[in-house]
Design a protein around this ligand. Structure first.
Ligand code: C2E
Ligand code: CA
Ligand code: CA
Length: 760
């Protein structure tokens, strides 16, 4: 087990994927391949029996197991149930649409998590797997601690049993003495008797507390262990001191009651804590009382024996506590939170008050973990939990759900306003600098807030609402809070269905590539075409990239889609080049996520090889926003792309904040003046100035400059005067599909080009 845990902290996570649908298998592999930390190594198999053999032969070789529910040769849950005992790696079940019963059955069978296939994307996969591994690790630690505690508990139980047996013997002895015929009225025990002497020796020497009480409660005699348990000095013992005075308020009533029962002649036990003077916690003990009667049947005194169970109760409490708490931060854990949320909702419902559910996570935490190490990450999580506790009240509760995800439940609110105030204070508290190992780390939380009962009365829905709001807060830049609003559910639904459809788009052949020509302004010949994706989405008609690329990007689907566009565009352009005997350059857009993939260059090389496309005819268009968050890593990838011989173009130039510094760090071949400047180039002097200085910059630094979005001859004329090299826009052609492009190219070469030449 230790070796497995060790391996998990390293940066490669080995996954066994059991999935018989080739498309799903490929997609999941793609998603996981897109993640660089941890690096996922996926072993995919398509049959349950192969997985069973692998897991039986080497149960420790995987960090996590991802299982489809419906497999050709059986049901995923069955394997989970079979393996739950022997496999320590977490098992995650992939389920179909809205299959709550299956989800629950999977958890009951021993799955660590489930993930609906429609929710599968790079982010959700990574998150689910990492959290499952982490939870499993905490569970293992918990089991180990519980095992230790259980052992000591067993020991304590044995000791208690011995003590109880001993106490029973003493009671017997005392009973015997009390009933002795020569027992006198004066003394409650017979005096001057050998057996009494024996009794006294036993009682005094015993490890158990022995306490003789008069029926009225006055102390008659007390042995040393008993005194110790009660926290009394020898001199403290006075006859007047009533038995129950030695107990604190929660137990005093029980002590009184016990005395009554004993005085009436019945033997019984109760558990109580003696309150030591000056101490917070008293000894916890089990007191057994036995009324002893004289020959006349009257109770002469009550013999109380006491066994110290403090350690045992403490150990028990610890076991219970461990099962409810997150070991790292000491906050409530997920399962405790689930329970408490439900009862908190009921309480607020009864009181007619509102509850606010906060979901909180830390922007960029993964980066901190990756760059500064897990120990720094752990320390930050601890600080965050301290700050969460500082800002919230005792009636609220805070839990850690896993990773950098926390939740706060605020109770007894009268208006959402109260929640907004707490959210604001939370943000402020988090902004205080956090110094770990001499490094200052900025903590930027995002908070999503859902309100009970206004947003939902169902705990599961309320959690989803809080999560959606969190998502929105992050999407809007993070470091802020966001209340839920019902429109988010619809947007989420449309995003999901878009994602589901997009998952099938490659196999459905509903994706298409449109091309827009780029004209060389020196000689009016066609310099190249830019490939622009289109999606003929079933039931929705032709969709433009703005409507689906954000979903593709976020879900990671952009990786296979990007490959597809490149491959298809290369194939079609090679064909066209052969047909027209011309060298047409091909521009293809790359997204941020594609640029973060270290293996992007080798994938592009493969596509060039497969399609026979000449590398120097390919121009990859990248935007500043795609490279800006990790410009060094992007620069490395871009350099290796250029090593392949492909050209790089900086798209949307001038629209970002740091176009010039990006230009300084990256080696590119051309710049594209953004459409927004070209659009008003004739009317707006600022836009004209930006366009002109970009063109001059290109001339000075040796880049080609392409103007995009040229819609009329005036714009074209002005750009030509400014010395722009190439232009692209509706004035020449809208983006068109391959067959239309062929016709357009033929017409252009026959006709249009000459018209342009006449015009220029
Ligand atoms: P972009 O790279 O800036 O592409 C230029 C956009 O301007 C295209 O929009 C094009 O249709 C439009 N356009 C061209 N000339 C004119 C004009 O004269 N007037 C007007 N109003 N618009 C013009 P489109 O095709 O909707 O693409 C939008 C964006 O989606 C692209 O902006 C690009 O960033 C992204 N995109 C398109 N295809 C792909 C792709 O295959 N992969 C990636 N990663 N992104 C793509
Ligand atoms: Ca572009
Ligand atoms: Ca552009």
């Amino acid at each position: 087990m230790a070796s497995q845990l060790d391996r998990k902290s390293q940066d490669t996570t080995t996954i066994l994927l059991v999935e018989d649908n080739p498309a799903d298998q490929r997609l999941i592999k793609e998603f996981l391949r897109g993640i660089d930390s941890p690096e996922y190594q996926v072993h995919a198999v398509d049959r349950l029996d192969i997985a069973r053999t692998m897991l039986t032969d080497s149960p420790g070789s995987f960090d996590a197991i991802l299982l489809d529910h419906n497999l050709g040769d059986g049901i995923g849950i069955d394997l989970i149930r079979e393996m739950a005992r022997d496999v320590t790696a977490p098992m995650v079940l992939l389920t179909g649409f809205d299959s709550r019963e299956i989800d629950m059955a999977a958890m009951a069978a021993g799955a660590s998590a489930f993930l609906s296939k429609q929710d599968v994307n790079a982010v959700s996969l990574d998150r689910t797997i990492r959290h499952a591994i982490e939870r499993q690790r905490s569970a293992v630690e918990l089991w180990e601690k519980c095992d230790e505690l259980e052992e000591s508990n067993v020991r304590l139980q044995k000791t208690t049993a011995q003590l109880e047996a001993e106490s029973a013997n003493i009671i017997k002895l005392a009973e015997h003495l009390a009933k002795a015929p020569d027992s006198s009225d004066i003394s409650y025990l017979s005096s001057n008797n050998d057996s009494e002497a024996t009794y006294r020796t036993v009682a005094q020497a015993s490890r158990i507390g022995v306490w003789h009480i008069a029926p009225g409660g006055a102390t008659l005699e007390i042995n040393a262990p008993m005194r110790e348990m009660l926290g009394l000095q020898e001199t403290d013992v006075s006859e007047e001191q009533s038995f129950w005075h030695l107990f604190g308020s929660p137990d005093r009533a029980a002590a009184r009651q016990a005395l009554k029962v004993w005085s009436n002649g019945t033997t019984s036990s109760f558990e109580a804590s003696a309150v030591l003077r000056g101490a917070d916690v008293g000894t916890r003990m089990i007191l057994s009382g036995c009324p002893l009667r004289a020959g006349d049947g009257k109770t002469t005194f009550i013999m109380v024996t006491a066994v110290d169970v403090t350690d045992r109760r403490h150990a028990e409490a610890l076991v219970k506590d461990l099962a409810q708490r997150d070991p790292l931060t000491g906050l409530l854990n997920r399962s405790m939170y689930d329970e408490m949320l439900v009862s908190a909702m009921q309480n607020n419902d009864r009181n007619g008050t509102q509850l606010a559910l906060f979901y909180l996570d830390l922007d960029g935490f993964k980066g901190v973990n990756d760059t500064l190490g897990h120990h720094v990450g752990d320390e930050i999580l601890k600080r965050v939990s301290e700050r969460l506790l500082e800002v919230t009240r005792n009636s609220d509760f805070v839990a850690r759900l896993g990773g950098d995800e926390f939740t706060v439940v605020l109770n007894n609110l009268h208006a959402p306003n109260g929640a907004a105030k707490v959210a604001q204070s939370l943000l402020e508290a988090m902004h205080a600098p956090c110094v770990v190992e001499g490094k200052t780390v900025a903590i930027k939380p995002s908070i999503g807030i859902a309100m009970f009962p206004d947003d939902s009365r169902d705990p599961e829905q309320l959690k989803k609402d809080a999560d959606l709001s969190l998502y929105r807060a992050k999407e809007s830049g993070g470091d802020m809070y966001q209340f839920f609003d019902t429109a988010m559910r619809e947007q989420d639904e449309s995003r999901r269905s878009c994602k589901v459809d997009l998952t099938r788009a490659i196999d459905d052949e509903s994706l298409k590539v449109a091309y827009q020509p780029q004209i060389d302004l020196d000689n009016n010949v066609i310099a190249g075409v830019e490939a622009l994706i289109r999606w003929d989405r079933p039931g929705h008609g032709l969709c433009f990239p703005d409507s689906f690329l954000p979903v593709a990007e976020e879900s990671g689907l952009i990786i296979p889609i990007g490959d597809w566009v490149l491959k298809r565009a290369c194939e079609e352009t090679v064909k066209r080049q052969k047909l027209t005997q011309s060298r047409i350059r091909l521009g293809v857009n790359l997204s941020a996520r594609q640029l973060k993939q270290p293996e992007l260059p080798s994938r592009i090389r493969n596509i060039l090889n497969e399609t026979g496309f000449a590398a120097d005819m390919l121009e990859l268009e990248i935007t500043e926003t795609a490279v800006i968050d990790d410009i060094d890593a992007s620069a490395r990838i871009i350099d290796s792309l250029r090593d392949l011989g492909v050209r790089i173009s900086l798209d949307d130039f001038g629209t970002g904040y740091s176009s010039l510094s990006v230009l300084k760090r990256l080696s590119v071949d051309s710049l594209k003046i953004d459409r927004s400047f070209v659009n008003r180039i004739c009317e707006n002097p600022t836009d004209a100035a930006i366009a002109e200085s970009t063109i001059n910059l290109g001339a000075r630094l040796g880049f080609r400059v392409v103007a995009e979005g040229v819609e009329n001859p005036e714009q074209l004329e002005l750009l030509r005067e400014m010395g722009c090299h190439e232009a692209q826009g509706y004035f020449f052609s809208k983006p068109v599909f391959s067959d239309v492009l062929d016709v357009w190219l033929a017409d252009y070469n026959d006709d249009l080009k000459d018209n342009l030449e006449v015009a220029s």
